[in-house]
Design a protein around this ligand. Sequence first.
Ligand SMILES: [Zn+2]
Length: 248
Amino acid sequence: MTCSCQVLSQMNWDYGHLLNAGGKAVTAAALTDAQISELCRQSVAYADAKTPLAPAKYQQRLAKLMYGVKEVDGKPLNFKVYQSDEVNACAYGDGSVRVNSALMDLMDDDELIAVIGHELGHVANKDSMRAMKRAYLSSAAREAVYAAGGVGQLAGTVLGDISEAYVNAQFSQKQESNADEYGFQFAIDNGHDPYSMCRSLEKLNKLSSGGQSSALAKMFSSHPDSAKRALKMRQKADKLTGKNTITN
Ligand SMILES: [Zn+2]
């Protein structure tokens, strides 16, 4: 999982909240967590408006699985399942979690909770917030916001730039590894199999090596040590349970 949301690339952004009273673009130093959260919130609202929801049984399964999981890092969580053939899930810095139906079809409950735990790890570790901030700062959007001095003129011009930067902003191996650790513990804390995280990673790894087309699988396979990540989680589960499930 590299946790990129393809839907972000088609987004029109509203920068009104990023302009100060004088209409000047917010600088790196001045970009507050609240503003980044607002960017996330608007991203999700945009995606929600554009993406069909999966049937009720998907929402119910997810709601049941996440029952009792109310917040991460002080951020209230909200969950939705999108109808999509793309195996993907995404957690935003504001605590919004969006899961695609194809991912839910692929994973059993244990694996699914581990994957979501992994995503929540990026929120807890503030990776999601940093990625959004980087996307904003690295794009030409800052200058454009300044030049345009407003919001309306920006849609469809440089707005694709920042969203593309966000989509392409991959988390580091260290961040992914830390998110795996979070997902591992998250599954256990919620009463699931200690092997949940490794099983989900193994499944994704298999999917990507099987040549199946999905953004997640492709991105997952682009990490040279994706198999190592799965193995590390299996070793961790073996250590915890006292078993030896590693056969080769
Ligand atoms: Zn990740």
